[in-house]
Design a protein around this ligand. Structure first.
Ligand SMILES: *[C@@H]1O[C@H](CO)[C@@H](O)[C@H](O)[C@H]1NC(C)=O
Ligand SMILES: *[C@@H]1O[C@H](CO)[C@@H](O)[C@H](O)[C@H]1NC(C)=O
Ligand SMILES: *[C@@H]1O[C@H](CO)[C@@H](O)[C@H](O)[C@H]1NC(C)=O
Ligand SMILES: *[C@@H]1O[C@H](CO)[C@@H](O)[C@H](O)[C@H]1NC(C)=O
Ligand SMILES: *[C@@H]1O[C@H](CO)[C@@H](O)[C@H](O)[C@H]1NC(C)=O
Ligand SMILES: *[C@@H]1O[C@H](CO)[C@@H](O)[C@H](O)[C@H]1NC(C)=O
Length: 261
C-alpha cells in the first residue's frame, strides 16, 4: 500500500519532481546542525578484548510513521549500486552516504524505501566530506512520501569518520555491506544477539534510541567509555591521514582510543 501511494504521487506530480528522483533524498550540509542531536547512537562490536564500543549523539532526521523511537540491528552500508531484489527478514540498519547519487540509480524509488523493502528497520545517514546530511524538504513532507522508517544523521564529519573507520580498522568486523543472503544465514544469531543485548560475531551492532523512545528493550552492552572528542580541525575529509590510521590501528579498545585522541 505504501508503495502504491508513493508511486501514485510520483506519477501525479511529474512536473514537480525531476526525472533523477532515483536517489538519495538528502544532501550534504555544512551549516552547524540546526537542532541539537538528541538521539543516542551506540555501536558495539566483537567481544572481550577484541570488542569495543562507540557512542555519539545523532540527529533524528525523520521520524518513521510507526516508530517507537528505538531501533536496533547490525549496521550495514547500503547503496543503489549493484542492488538486487533479494530481501531478508533479519532486522538491520542501513548506513547510507548522502554524498552523491549513484549514476545508474533507479528513477522510481528513493534509497530509504529500497532499504526498507529489503528489511531495514532504520537508516543512518552520513557524509564523508561535509558535516552532516539534510533530508530533502519534499521527502520530509508526510503528505508526499510515506515515512517508512526512522532516519538518523551523524551530526559531524568526525562522527561519520569514526563510524566509517570501524569497518576497516577493527579486524573483528567482517561484514560491512548489506547482503540479504548473509543476513538470512545470520537470522538466528542476530535475533539472539538483539534479545540478549550482545553482538553477533563479524557485525557492528547499532542501537539508536530517541530521548522519547517508548520501547525500552534490553540495553546494549555498555562500551568502555563515550567518545565525543574534538577533532584536530575539520580537514580530515580527504581521507584518513596516515597518522590517524596508525592511531586507530594501535588503539584496539575504546579506552585506549580515548587516551590517544
Ligand atoms: C518523539 O518525538 C518526535 C519529535 O518530537 C515525534 O515526532 C515522535 O512521534 C515521538 N516519538 C514517540 C515514540 O513519542
Ligand atoms: C558494482 O559493480 C562494479 C562492477 O562489477 C564494481 O566495480 C563496483 O565496485 C560495485 N559497486 C559496489 C558498491 O559494490
Ligand atoms: C540526489 O537527487 C535528488 C533528486 O534529484 C536530490 O534532491 C538530492 O539532493 C541529490 N542528492 C545528492 C547527494 O546529490
Ligand atoms: C563542506 O566543507 C568542506 C570543507 O570545507 C568542503 O570540502 C565541502 O565541499 C563542503 N560541503 C558542502 C555541501 O558545501
Ligand atoms: C531470506 O529469507 C526470506 C524469508 O524466508 C526470503 O523471503 C528471502 O527470499 C530470503 N533471501 C535470500 C537472499 O535468500
Ligand atoms: C568516561 O570518561 C570520563 C572522563 O574521563 C570519566 O569521568 C567517566 O567516569 C568515564 N566513564 C566510564 C564509564 O568509564
Amino acid at each position: 500500500m505504501l508503495q502504491w501511494t508513493r508511486t501514485w504521487i510520483i506519477f501525479a506530480l511529474p512536473s514537480l519532481l525531476p526525472l533523477s528522483l532515483a536517489y538519495i533524498p538528502a544532501s550534504p550540509l555544512n551549516a552547524s546542525a540546526v537542532e541539537t542531536p538528541s538521539t543516542q547512537l551506540t555501536l558495539t562490536w566483537g567481544s572481550g578484548s577484541s570488542g569495543g564500543g562507540y557512542q555519539e549523539k545523532v540527529l533524528y532526521s525523520l521520524v518513521g510513521a510507526e516508530s517507537n523511537g528505538m531501533d536496533k540491528g547490525p549496521l550495514l552500508h547500503f547503496s543503489e549500486a549493484n542492488l538486487t531484489d533479494a530481501t531478508t527478514t533479519t532486522p538491520w540498519i542501513a548506513l547510507i552516504s548522502c554524498d552523491r547519487n549513484v549514476t545508474d540509480a533507479s528513477t522510481i524509488d528513493d534509497i530509504f524505501t529500497l532499504a526498507w523493502e529489503r528489511g531495514a528497520v532504520a537508516a543512518l545517514l552520513y557524509s564523508l566530506y561535509s558535516e552532516s546530511c539534510e533530508i530533502s524538504p519534499v521527502y520530509a513532507d508526510p503528505t508526499a512520501f510515506a515515512r517508512v522508517m526512522d532516519i538518523f544523521s551523524t551530526p559531524t564529519l568526525v562522527a561519520s569518520k569514526m563510524v566509517e573507520d570501524r569497518y576497516t580498522l577493527t579486524d573483528t568486523i567482517k561484514y560491512g555491506t548489506f547482503d540479504a543472503k548473509l543476513l538470512n544465514d545470520s537470522f538466528a544469531e542476530i535475533n539472539a544477539a538483539l534479545s540478549s543485548g550482545s553482538v553477533a560475531p563479524g557485525y557492528i551492532f547499532a542501537s539508536l534510541s530517541a530521548s522519547n523512545a517508548t520501547a525500552g528493550g534490553p540495553d546494549t552492552p555498555s562500551p568502555a567509555n563515550t567518545t565525543t572528542e574534538k577533532p584536530q580541525g575539520n580537514d580530515v575529509s580527504q581521507g584518513t591521514t596516515l597518522s590517524m590510521i596508525i592511531l586507530y590501528v594501535i588503539t584496539g579498545t575504546v579506552s585506549a582510543l580515548l587516551c590517544s585522541v
